[in-house]
Ligand binder design. Sequence first.
Ligand code: NAP
Length: 482
Amino acid sequence: MPSLRFAVIGAGMAGILSAVKLAEAGYDGVTVYEKADRPGGTWRENTYPGLACDVPSHLYSYSFALNPGWSHLFSPGPEIQSYLEDVARRYGVEEMVRYGDEVVGLTWTDGRWQLETASGHRDEVDVVIAATGVLHHPKMPVIDGLESFAGRAFHSARWDHSTELEGARVGIIGTGSTAVQITSAIVDRVGSLSLFQRTAQWIAPAENPPYPEEVRSGFRADPASLEELHRTLSSLFEGFSASVVNAESAQMATLAEACRVNLETSVVDPELRARLRPDYRAGCKRLVISPDFYRAIQHPHAELVTEAIDRIEPGGVRTADGRLHELDVLVLATGFHVDAFLRPIEVSGRDGRTLAQAWAARPEAYLALSVPDFPNLFLVNGPNGPVGNFSLIEVAELQVGYILKLAAWLAGGTGRQLSASHPALEAFEADRVAAAANTVWATGCRSWYLDDRGIPAVWPWTFTRFRQVMAEPDLDAYDRVG
Ligand code: NAP
């Protein structure tokens, strides 16, 4: 039995996966550190009305724990949270997790990681797997007067369930996937809804049919059919990945046309339609998928506000035209600090080099998972990895498979330390940045995919290539120490 000791940081989708796979590989020294009191990550933190995953549920599932019981093509958030909790329980992950204790420090000393938590607990491990998430730290908008608002204001990922929505005058800032889901979910219940749009979004239409009980029992009776469905969806998405990385592909043109037709045929008022029409290409921003957003925004008591926000006052939002939009509730669906990987954990690697120093310009990792001078620290869903409209579970499964191969090398006794070499990271970054220029994400829009230079901070190649690269580590790309 290999004698490595592991710390996994985070008990979200990727942390649960890491723990399951480490146990399956026979490692018994695994502790999962989770700052909250439950697993689930983003599905625990986000509880806003309308929360769902716009990746089909039968694809957004662990391949080893397919779920015949998904209620819908795109199942709601609480169902995904229950699924993750269920997997964590069934696969023995619960017993590995230390809840309610946040990792605050990681220090590489004498060939091992010294880990420290907020409670002062210490651990010493050979390998750290950081499964700390991407869309994790809420980004609050910088708007004058935000603190002066007299009603209830909160970020979408910190939904205040004590706030009464029935009959309330609700404002939502943002038009990303989150704001769109919230708008559709609450428009019928609120007194009025003002959606503050800074940038219009292309909306890809997609119905969300339920799976009738007979279909679900069919999946239960025939698990092979479920595997087949998972495979089919996976290859569909793999095809989509080939189109987004080639902005001029025929599939991108088809997608753009579907979004255009959706807008033109769904929105009756030409003036509203014009204000909802983006001036950039479909897919440039993370595509928003919704069956009913256009219906919601045309609801008699919904208003699309396209005047810029000037400031926030106790009574509501004042726009640049001088109008006060009076509100009881203000939802900030303004996204996340997407470059905060691992942070605020203080990480000190080889020769005292800190992650803050290594990432002073921006986060970078070889193949999105290893940082030079930080041996035996591997990231799942790390910087510049595949994040665009894919199943992040599939991404994480490939990454964890790769990390397990590195761990096997470490456990094999040939050497005890592995971190990407500086030349390997430099070459990877040069190729990545060059390829990013051909993607649809670089066709001229503001989005969270772009780094501080305006370069898409994502995997710019096909998913097929990602699958191939993850299949077998190239150990020559690593500094190996015995
Ligand atoms: P987001 O896509 O980053 O959108 C943030 C929105 O807030 C944008 O419309 C942005 O406008 C606006 N905004 C930010 N600061 C503002 C300010 N100061 N004034 C006015 N508007 C401001 O965030 P998100 O909607 O939470 O989604 C983040 C990601 O989470 C998604 O892209 C997706 O990957 C994931 N997600 C997935 C699902 C799913 O179903 N799978 C659901 C929700 C979220 P600009 O466009 O002008 O910047």
